[in-house]
Structures are given as C-alpha cells and as structure tokens.
Design a protein around this ligand. Sequence first.
Ligand SMILES: [Zn+2]
Length: 399
Amino acid sequence: MAESDADDGERIAVGSASAAPGTLDRGWLAVADLPTRGAERLPVAVANGTEDGATLWLTGGVHGDEATGVAVVQDAVTALANGDRLADLAGAVVAVPVVSPAGLRRNARETYYADEDPNRHFPDADAESARPPRLQERIDARLYAAITGGTAGAADTATGTEVDAAPGENAAADALIDCHTAGVGSAPFVIRDRVPCGDRRTEDEAAALSDELGRIVDAFGFPTLREYPAAEYVEETLQRSTAGAVLNEAGIPAFTAELGAHSVVDDELVDAGVAGIFGVAVELGLLASDWVPATVGEPGEGVDPAPVDFPVRRYRGPTTDVSGLVRHRVAAGDQFDEGDVLADVVAATGAERGEVTADRDGYVLGRAEGLAAYEGDPIASLAVRDDGDLVVPRETDEN
Ligand SMILES: [Zn+2]
C-alpha cells in the first residue's frame, strides 16, 4: 500500500478540488468537451487528513437513476470531514458522488451520448477494438486515471480542450467503494468480485488481493454476494465496471455496494451506507476504531447481514418457460431451497400457465420488475449457493 499513500503534509488534488492537509475542498474534474461548449465535469470532494495514511475513493451515480448511492457518497465524505474527525483522519477520502452527470440529467441508467451503460467502459487491456474510443470510454478512462494515479492512455486529451490533462495529484486510491442501487424492492448487499490470475498477476498475488478485498467488504457490514462466475462476468463486461477495472486492471481492492432500490433516496440505507464506509475507513487505518458507528453490520431494519450460512453469488433467474403475467410467491429476504416454487405465471385471463422453481438454494434479493414476462425472462434477482473459487484463471480468449 505504501507506494500510493499520501506523504505527510502533501496537498491532494483531483480536478479543481485541492485540499491541503487537514482540510476539505470541493471542486470539479473536467472529463469531456461538450458540443455546446463548456465541459462535462464530475463533482469532487477531497478530505485530506492531517496525518499520513491510505486514500479511500468513494464513487456514486455512475448510473444516473441510483439516488441512494449518490447520497451515501455525499454524506460519507461530509461526515468523515466533520470537525474533530478531519483533524484525526490519517489519510484521505476522495469522493465523486456523480460519476455520470449525463445520466443524472435524464434520471436514467444510460447516458445520452450513445445510450451506453457508463459502468461497462472502464479500461481493460484485453478489450481490443479497431475503432477509436468513443466518448463514454474516454470519460471512464479519464476518471480511471485519476483513481489509479495514472494517465488516460489512448484517451489522453488533445491540447486546446477544457479537459483536465492531469486529473489528480497524490490522489491514487488504496481502496474504492462504488455505490449503486438495484431493482424495485431490492434488499441491500455488496458484491465481491472474484480476482482473476494469469498474465496480470500470479495465483498467490491474486489470493493476496482477494484477501485484502475480503477485509474491506467484511468491514462494510452488508450481506455479501460473490460476483457472477468468470465466463458470465466477462460476458456482462463487468471487468470494465468501475470496481471491476480498479480491482482487475489496477490491482486495487474495490467493491460495489447495492443500496436498495433505485430512483428515490432511502434515508435508512443512506445511514447504513455511511456507517459501512466508516467501518471500511477504520479497517484501512484512516480513523481510530472508536469512530465506528454502532450501526455497522446492521444494514437496515429487518435486514440480516448473513441471511444464510453458506457462500452465495449473484444470480439473475430462474427464468420462466412460458410467457405470461408473473405472480411471485416470495419477496426480498425470503430463503428458499432448490425445487421451491418462486413464482406462478398466469395468462391475462387469470388462467394458470406455469410455475417457476428455484434451481439452487439461496435467498431472494428482489423480484424482477414488470408484470409481463416472456419465455426465457428471469423472474427474480437471487443470492444462490456458490461452490466456486474467489481466485479464478482469467479467460483472456473469452473476449
Ligand atoms: Zn448501478
């Protein structure tokens, strides 16, 4: 970790936010030129402690409709920089509450640049394309450069633009938490990515990185899901998500927090998310342990931080074999066994059409949105038993 630690007494800057030791500063990181002139700018807050230590990055709003994640990042950096706490902070917190301003403007997951998911365009050295990178990929590369203390490579800016050519100074991350929300009625959880080994890192190095990741994931105190298995992970381009790229490409511990449902700020989960970030800050040595709120490990009323006693992974399914209207028999938090019926599918007349059963043990994260389901559609988002490994060979030819 020492390599990227802020040295005692150094100013930390990201874009126009520049914080001397013992101060908080807010500003903007310019990441793209707009056709209407002016720049697309990401909001930034830098809380720089008085003492040397790790740098924790907090990102939110890469999906423009995920309100609670934005609020968690805003409130966490404000709380961490509040009064005595900033004086006692050993290290720094860099917060980017809205990673996708273009998504926020339309209150939608995708931006209007090319209707793309901004969370699938972060750098991946194995992702080859004959075409020059489009705007979203350039924006993600510029933010990634600020997070990792590097340069934006192919997306480096031409002269004469308003884009920040040097995105950060002494700001490289030692850990990152990317704050999201999931579907309607979703239970809160965190996603722990598997760490691939191969040409980037040996199996031992991957295991050490995975252990480091496990420590901060545990400190957050939410129910933990392992990410999809390797092939599905790459198929979904999750190695190019914010946390996926920072973890896989840069080798920095990073995870995704899913803070309930989208579109409306859930105040209880804001408190729980901020508490989780304090837990991680303590684990990283940024704060003395007596700063940990009592609510760490209590991610909300009626939410069990460990609903089942076996490891689980993220699973979108099971799928229905028949088209119809879905009537769920289960809701978020409910446990089930393999073979249990999770939903009925009925015709619009009300006549029975079929049942959808669980193909593994687990519990429900949330019901799929939408009353209508077509054959092959998943009817829920689940946490299911995981028998896989946390360190996996990287399947480079899957791309
Ligand atoms: Zn999201």
